[in-house]
Design a protein around this ligand. Structure first.
Ligand code: IVH
Length: 663
């Protein structure tokens, strides 16, 4: 019994602490679903042990606090919260309860997004906005009228004739995903502390003492419910929302009226799959009985309405321990940290790794091994660490002094650079990564030469240089794990085939810093033979329109390196092709001429027209400059055409182009 009482006390204290972190500090340590499971546990214990029940328990109150820095406002009617469900089954049970209580099987429901923002109440007196308030503890909120007025999409005057005498509507203040990213970028530039999520950003921006700051942040408002209304009557929630639209509020399209559980479930599935595509962050859907008389009939518990339920989506955030920071050496020597986590369930999968990007990020997060961290999985597959929730070890994790693979010194090549590198060109870890890149699909494309094969060959000392790939034979493969005759033969064939890859792919495979696939192609087409590259000057590189100074310097440094000369010589000896084949050329009509393509063509796609130009010796660019000889303009050509006109570039249309080519 004492244990139960202790647990109840502990849960009450913990919930009060998390409430404070969430509502007042804008800095939650646990996800909503983790919070809800604490509430559920407490509710269950209180139910089973009525002796310990208390009206002061967080299970009996609407969460939230009233901050002292704003004036207080009493809400005309309490602002309640919603009951949550996390599964289709629980939702179905709620649905059945509603129908049973109403003794009606044809109840209409609205399904609305549950936008993750901050709730606010707006009071209009005879159509004029007079009070904007936060929810506070549900009874009393903070007066944030000036901040509310600073939100662009909130009308200061309702845009209708004969507005209701008293109209208190409620909704969510939120920030769009893109505006959130932009805001955080600006904050980081100004050396500030970025917001962990859009909800925190909205809340932080709304509760600014200086409403000018609120005005600068791009906040939006979403109407979802109402308090006291005088001088207007509605029959349905959907009718109320439509009226708000007429009054000048922006309504979301992602809203549906449903007539059956199946319709609700289908819409839930659609929204769940579209979640990451929406412009705003939603943490679930709110299902409401549409008819207001039915809502009245169902009434309220002391915390939430019986006529609505929030179906919460799987959490995207969770807390766990960061067990280890792993440091890996990439093919260019850059060392990248990543986090190995105590496995935790998140949005339906078990997570055990998170990205850390670079050592600056580690410093910014002030994270170290052993710390308890909040992780988030947003859109992307690999989760990221949002913040440290509890520090277990002083300070942050520092980059190692030496490469774990070869022991060489780890350095930052220049001060402005973020990356730390192992600069030993013979570092085995770098070489392994380079091999993986060299054989990859977009490089030399050796099918079947995956990292498992590479690891086994490295272990057996079969590859020490890139050229060694070309000396491998059937007998080297046949005793590798999972290799049989056919697979070994296929791999030998793929290796032989890759010797004929054009220079463009070889350049990309060699892994020249800053030189990607596209630049490799441009360089190969221009120089045709690798020998020419060894003797080319920086000026010869920069003559190519697409090659700027950074790329030119990188090329010069690469081809001036003795090790590179040696690597290329061994590849030549192994029979690897070093030239770029001539592309099919019909003529020299556009030799040396630069084109820009803009607008929609009738007979070809822009890519096809580009190929025609190239086959006559011309080149294509995508940015307008004085160097351009022709602008080929199709229908609806926009700003590029305008710019080209200003620069006096010769503009031709599709017909003129065809005539030129026909000659
Ligand atoms: S209806 C009686 N509809 O979620 C409560 N609330 O967890 C009436 N929320 O405090 C609220 N989207 O701030 C409603 N479509 C929506 C909502 C929504 C977000 C918020 C609201 C509420 C909280 C409850």
């Amino acid at each position: 019994m004492e244990n139960i009482q202790n647990r109840i006390n502990y849960l009450r204290k913990e919930l009060a602490r998390h409430n404070n972190l969430y509502y007042d500090k804008n800095s939650p340590e646990i996800s909503d679903s983790e919070y809800d499971s604490l509430v559920k546990e407490l509710e269950q214990l209180e139910l089973e042990n009525p002796l310990f029940a208390s009206l002061n328990s967080p299970t009996q109150k609407v969460s939230g606090v009233v901050s002292s820095s704003f004036e207080r406002v009493k809400h005309s009617l309490p602002m309640l919260s919603l009951d949550n469900t996390y599964s289709q089954e629980e939702t179905a049970k709620w649905y059945e309860r509603v129908e049973k209580r109403l003794k009606n099987e044809n109840v209409e429901f609205t399904v609305e997004p549950k936008i993750d923002g901050v709730s606010a109440s707006l009071t209009y007196l005879n159509g004029a906005l007079i009070i904007g308030a936060t929810r506070g503890d549900g009874e009393i909120g903070e007066n944030i009228t000036e901040n509310i007025k600073a939100i662009q999409s909130i009308p200061h005057k309702l845009k209708i004739n004969n507005p209701p005498a008293f109209f208190e509507l409620r909704g969510e203040v939120y920030i769009d995903k893109t505006d959130f990213e932009k805001l955080n970028e600006d904050i980081i530039k100004a050396d500030g502390q970025k917001f962990a999520n859009p909800r925190n950003a909205a809340s932080g921006s709304l509760r600014q003492k200086d409403a000018h700051i609120t005005a600068e942040r791009k906040l939006s408002f979403f109407v979802h419910s109402f308090g006291k209304i005088e001088g207007k009557q509605f029959q349905k929630q959907s009718e109320f929302l439509q009226f708000c639209k007429e009054c000048g509020f922006v309504l979301q399209d992602d809203f549906k009226i449903c007539h059956s559980l199946k319709e609700i479930s289908d819409f839930m599935r659609v929204m769940l799959s579209r979640r990451d595509l929406l412009q705003y962050e939603i943490d679930g859907l709110v299902i409401k009985v549409n008819s207001l008389p039915f809502q009245n009939e169902l009434g309220y518990t002391n915390k939430s309405p019986r006529w609505a339920i929030a179906f919460k989506f799987p959490a995207k955030q969770a807390t766990t321990q960061l067990n280890k920071i792993r440091v890996q050496v990439g093919r260019t020597g850059i060392i990248t940290p990543s986090a190995i986590l105590e496995p935790v369930a998140l949005a339906g999968v078990t997570i055990s790794h998170a990205t850390l990007h670079n050592f600056e990020e580690i410093e910014r997060l002030n994270v170290n091994e052993g710390d308890i961290v909040l992780i988030e999985r947003a859109g992307d597959v690999i989760p990221k660490i949002v913040k440290v929730v509890k520090k277990e070890r002083e300070g942050f994790f520092k980059p190692p002094h030496n490469c774990q693979s070869c022991g060489s010194e780890i350095v930052k090549e220049s001060e402005g650079e973020v990356a730390y590198r192992c600069i030993n060109p013979e570092c085995p870890a770098q070489f392994r990564r380079h091999l993986i890149h060299f054989v990859s699909r977009n490089a030399m494309d050796i099918d079947g030469f995956g990292s498992a094969v590479i690891d086994q060959l490295l272990e057996r000392n079969k590859i020490k240089t890139l050229a060694d790939i070309y000396n491998l034979t059937y007998s080297d493969f046949i005793d590798l794990e999972l290799f049989k005759e056919k697979k070994a033969n296929n791999l030998v064939e793929a290796i032989v085939k890759s010797k004929r890859q054009p220079l463009s792919r070889l350049l990309f495979a060699l892994g020249i810093r800053h030189i990607g696939e596209k630049s490799s192609e441009i360089i190969a087409k221009r120089f045709r033979n690798i020998e020419v590259l060894f003797s080319a000057s920086i000026e010869e590189f920069t003559e190519i329109l697409e090659i700027g100074e950074v790329l030119a310097l990188s090329l010069k440094k690469f081809f001036g390196n003795k090790t590179v000369r040696h690597v290329v010589d061994t590849l030549i000896a192994a029979g690897v092709n070093m030239t770029e084949p001539e592309s099919e050329q019909y003529g020299t009509l556009f030799e040396g001429q630069l084109f820009i393509l803009t607008g929609k063509l009738e007979h070809y796609t822009r890519e096809q027209a580009g190929e025609i130009i190239k086959s006559f010796g011309g080149r294509i660019t995508s940015s307008v400059s004085k160097k351009i000889d022709y602008a080929l303009a199709g229908a609806d050509a926009g700003s590029r055409l305008e710019k080209a006109k200003k620069l006096n570039i010769k503009i031709i249309n599709e017909q003129e182009f065809e005539e030129l080519v026909k000659q």
